[in-house]
Design a protein around this ligand. Structure first.
Ligand SMILES: [Zn+2]
Length: 225
């Protein structure tokens, strides 16, 4: 430890010690009368300090108490921030994959003739007809019917305005307006629409007409690499 700091610590200890002695200075014993009994004089011998010194002692004594209160306050703030971070982490991790057994199929952005736009607008998940399709996070059902090449589609709107679309379904388990929880089954994998076999075509939209790669979103929410 640095010598200067060591000295500071010693000074602090002296302050505490004096403050303890100061607390023994009650009005009865601080100013012993000449006729006081020997026992009273003995008691008042310990704090042999002047009134000014007593004032100084009180102030010195208050500082450790203030420091302790400040330390408690800082600790409480840290604990509060830590809890907030934990809550944020939990909230952020309340995503699940849309299928229970994840096997990734065609990736987002792949190009080819299979897609009307020339590019794949979602991420495919392999699966068999009838497998459960789950809400990746809580939201509200905004669409649940056939939608052209995407076949039967369930669309959910989530916090922040993002949407998740579940396509080519064989069955729908929710209705428009329903509130769904994370992991709740919204339908079943199927082969409706423009497909070559059963799978889930999953889209993530940052606005109704803008599909983005969902994989970074899964990663951000604690899933995948
Ligand atoms: Zn697809």
């Amino acid at each position: 430890m640095h010598p200067y700091l060591a000295r500071c610590v010693v000074t602090g200890v002296v302050g505490v010690t004096l403050a303890v002695a100061g607390t023994a200075l009650t009005p009865d014993t601080a100013i012993p009368s000449p006729s006081a009994s020997p026992s009273v004089v003995a008691a008042s011998n310990a704090p042999t300090v002047s009134a000014n010194a007593n004032f100084a002692i009180t102030r010195v004594g208050a500082q450790p108490a203030l420091r302790a209160a400040t330390a408690r306050s800082v600790a409480a703030q840290r604990a509060s921030r830590s809890k907030a971070r934990l809550r944020a982490t939990r909230a952020a991790s309340t995503w699940v994959w849309p299928v229970s057994s994840v096997s990734l199929g065609e990736r987002f952005g792949a190009s080819g003739g299979n897609w009307s736009s020339g590019q794949h607008t979602g991420q495919d998940f392999d699966g068999d007809t009838g497998d459960s399709v789950r809400a990746v996070t809580s939201g509200v059902v905004i669409f649940a019917e056939s939608l052209g090449r995407r076949g039967i589609v369930v669309q959910l709107r989530h916090k922040g305005g993002i949407e998740t679309w579940y396509c080519h379904l064989s069955k729908v388990d929710v209705a428009v307006g329903d509130t769904v929880t994370t992991g709740q089954r919204v339908g079943r994998i199927g082969t409706t629409g423009n497909v070559t076999g059963s799978h889930l075509h999953f889209e993530l939209h940052t606005s109704p007409k803008v599909a983005v790669n969902p994989m970074p979103w899964f990663k951000r929410n604690g899933l995948g690499n």
